[in-house]
Design a protein around this ligand. Structure first.
Ligand SMILES: [Zn+2]
Length: 194
């Protein structure tokens, strides 16, 4: 059975500007979580096509002491609630909560699941009987694409042809099979329709 692996931040929800550190980062509370354009429609399309959709996301915020586990769980629940309200759903959710330099020792360490490693994808495949070679990975970063390539998946970069990441991808030889402007167009590539 083929599956679709989705990154979260930058694919489902926008990154949030962290004024204190001057960088874009994951949402740190449920109010900062919203869906990007085309996400509900893209997930609906894949749900209708009967393709399992599994979130596979690095979330080192707890390890870095940026967010509590309780707030993190609230964001996860909001994501699932918002999708259900819009008539679509994820079939599974896999997070890597680790970080090699985490300040919270429960989540500190070199794990095998933090992308660009492929551990999250291979674990989800083992637990659910997915064929990785038939599956797709959709992400907005080269670490996502690299993880997908290592796992043997087809890969779709959410971005634009001229984006900085696309230039870097050519440099590094981490090339996605497809580039799509948003999840809706990525879903059209996968399902072959609309
Ligand atoms: Zn991990």
């Amino acid at each position: 059975m083929k599956a679709v692996f989705l990154d979260r931040d930058g694919v489902l929800n926008p990154l949030i500007y962290d004024a204190e550190h001057g960088v874009y980062d994951s949402p740190l509370n449920p109010d900062q979580f919203s869906l990007m354009p085309g996400v509900a429609e893209g997930i609906q399309m894949m749900n209708r096509a009967g393709i399992p959709i599994v979130l596979a996301s690095n979330q080192p915020g707890i390890a870095k002491g940026k967010i509590s586990k309780a707030l993190f769980d609230q964001i996860d629940r909001k994501m699932q609630r918002v999708l259900r309200k819009l008539g679509c759903y994820l079939d599974g959710v896999y997070y890597c909560l680790h970080h090699p330099e985490g300040v919270d020792e429960r989540y500190r360490g070199d794990c095998s699941c933090r992308k660009p490693k492929s551990g999250l994808l291979t674990k989800a495949a083992e637990e659910n009987g997915f064929e990785l070679e038939e599956s797709f990975l959709i992400g907005d970063g080269l670490t996502d694409i690299e993880a997908g390539l290592k796992a043997g998946c087809k890969t779709i970069l959410v971005g634009t042809e001229k984006c900085d990441i696309c230039r870097k991808s050519a440099e590094l030889g981490v090339k996605p099979d497809y580039i799509a402007p948003n999840l809706y167009e990525a879903a059209r590539v996968i399902t072959g329709g609309g």
